[in-house]
Design a protein around this ligand. Structure first.
Ligand SMILES: Nc1nc2c(ncn2[C@@H]2O[C@H](COP(=O)(O)OP(=O)(O)O)[C@@H](O)[C@H]2O)c(=O)[nH]1
Ligand SMILES: [Mg+2]
Length: 384
C-alpha cells in the first residue's frame, strides 16, 4: 500500500475509533421521535444540495428524516473513497441503533409476482402501524429497464404511504457490491426506525445466496405448476427457504397451484430445514388479491416469536456478521493481490508456464503469492 493510502486508512481508523467513543453521546442527543414526512418518491427535490456532516446524517436518520436517509443511502452506494470513509463513520455512529427490525427476504423468478406481493403485504403492514422499508435487488432490471413480464417495481400504492420507504437497487454493481450496499442500507433504515425490512430479489442464481446472508427469514415464491415446469429455480434455493409460497393461486390456477404445493411439500420432506427448529412449509397465496398474505405474515411473526427467545435469530445474525467480515477480508486481499504491480508482471508468465505444463498450478500460485508477500514484508511494496 502506498504512503498516501496508508495515511488515509490510519486517519479513517482514527476517526472511526473517535466516532465509536462519541456515538453514545450523539445517540442521547438525537433520540427524539421520528417525523415521517412524505415517502421518498413523493418528496420534492432539494433545491441545492448542501454538504452534510457526519453528525447531520446521524441526527437526521435518528429523527426519521427521509431526505437525509435517502442521501445517506446514496453516500453508502458511492464508489468514492471520501464518501466511503464518511459513510463508514455514519454507520459506526448508528450501529447501536441497528438490529431491531424484522429482516425478511423474498425471492422468486422474474414474473412470479414478488413486487405485487410486496405491495399488497406492505400496505397491510403499514395499515397495522408498522414502518416498512422495501429494498429491491434486481440485477436484471438495469439491463431490461425493469420491464420484464409486466414488472411492477414501482409499487405505486405503497409508494404513497408515508410509513413506507422503497429503495431500488443501485444498478451497475457487482453482486458483492450490491450485497454490501443492501446490507448497509438495511442498517441505515433500522437506525431510522423502520421495524420491518423486506428485501426483494430475483431468483436467478447467486443473488439469493447473497440475500440469504442478509436476512432472518427467507420466503420463496413459486409459480403454480408441477414437475419440470418447476420454475427454472435452482434446487439449492428451495433448501434456503423458511417458507415456500405458491403464488398466483387464483382463478384457473387454483388446481395447478394445489399440485405444485403437493410436489413441493413432498420434495421438502427430504431436505434439512433452512433454520433449525423451524420446519419449512408450503402454502398457497395470490399477491394480486392478497389471499393468503395475512396468514403468511402470521407465520413470519410466529418465526420471530418462537425462535427469538431461543436465540436462534441472534445466532444467525452473529454468523452472518462473521461471514460478512471474512468476505470483506477475502475480497480486499484478492483486490490487493491482483493490483500488485509485481504480481501483474509475473502473472502472465506463470499462466503460460502452467498452460505449457512446465510448472504445477500449486507451485505457480505459491510463487505468485510469495512475490506479493515480499512486497508487503518490506513496507513499501508498489500498488497500482
Ligand atoms: N393472476 C395473478 N397474476 C399476478 C399475481 N401477482 C402478480 N401477478 C402478475 O404477474 C406479473 C408480474 O408481477 P410482478 O409483481 O412484477 O413480478 P416480479 O417480477 O416477481 O416482481 C404482473 O403482470 C402481475 O400483475 C397474482 O397473484 N395472480
Ligand atoms: Mg419485481
Amino acid at each position: 500500500m502506498n504512503e498516501l493510502a496508508q495515511n488515509h486508512c490510519h486517519s479513517v481508523r482514527r476517526r472511526l475509533l473517535r466516532g465509536a467513543l462519541t456515538s453514545a453521546k450523539v445517540s442521547s442527543r438525537f433520540s427524539g421521535k421520528g417525523s415521517w414526512p412524505m415517502s421518498e418518491a413523493m418528496s420534492s427535490p432539494a433545491p441545492r444540495r448542501q454538504q452534510l456532516s457526519v453528525n447531520d446524517y446521524v441526527a437526521g436518520i435518528r429523527a426519521g428524516d427521509r431526505t437525509i436517509l435517502a442521501r445517506a443511502i446514496t453516500l453508502v452506494e458511492s464508489d468514492s473513497r471520501r464518501h466511503e470513509a464518511q459513510a463508514q463513520e455514519v454507520l459506526q455512529h448508528l450501529l447501536p441503533f441497528t438490529g431491531r427490525a424484522k429482516r425478511v427476504g423474498i425471492t422468486g423468478v422474474p414474473g412470479v409476482g414478488k413486487s405485487t406481493f410486496i405491495e399488497f403485504l406492505g400496505c397491510l403492514l403499514v395499515e397495522r402501524g408498522q414502518k416498512l422499508a422495501v429494498l429491491t435487488i434486481d440485477p436484471t432490471s438495469s439491463r431490461s429497464g425493469g420491464s420484464i413480464l409486466g414488472d411492477k417495481t414501482r409499487m405505486e400504492r405503497l409508494c404513497q404511504l408515508p410509513a413506507a420507504f422503497i429503495r431500488p437497487t443501485p444498478s451497475g454493481l457487482s453482486l458483492g457490491g450490491v450485497a454490501r450496499r443492501t446490507r448497509e442500507t438495511m442498517l441505515l433504515c433500522e437506525a431510522a426506525g423502520f421495524d420491518t425490512i423486506l428485501v426483494e430479489t430475483v431468483g436467478v442464481g447467486q443473488t439469493e445466496i447473497a440475500l440469504r446472508a442478509l436476512v432472518d427469514f427467507f420466503l420463496l415464491l413459486l409459480l403454480p405448476g408441477s414437475g419440470d415446469e418447476l420454475q427454472g429455480i435452482k434446487k439449492g434455493i428451495v433448501e434456503m427457504a423458511d417458507l415456500v409460497a405458491i403464488n398466483k393461486a387464483d382463478g384457473e390456477n387454483k388446481l395447478r397451484a394445489e399440485l405444485a404445493k403437493q410436489d413441493q411439500a413432498a420434495a421438502l420432506h427430504y431436505l434439512q430445514p433452512a433454520t433449525s427448529e423451524w420446519p419449512t412449509e408450503v402454502v398457497l397465496c395470490a399477491g394480486l388479491t392478497g389471499e393468503g398474505l395475512p396468514e403468511i405474515w402470521q407465520r413470519v411473526e410466529k418465526f420471530y416469536r418462537e425462535l427469538e427467545p431461543k436465540g436462534v435469530i441472534a445466532r444467525r445474525r452473529r454468523e452472518q456478521s462473521l461471514a460478512w467480515l471474512s468476505d470483506l477480508i477475502h475480497d480486499e486481499l484478492k483486490r490487493r493481490f491482483y493490483r500488485d504491480a509485481r504480481v501483474k508482471s509475473h502473472l502472465s508468465a506463470m499462466q503460460q508456464a502452467v498452460l505449457r505444463g512446465e510448472i504445477t498450478a500449486v507451485l505457480a500460485a505459491e510463487s505468485l503469492l510469495a512475490t506479493h508477500q515480499e512486497c508487503h514484508s518490506g513496507s513499501t511494496g508498489p500498488e497500482k
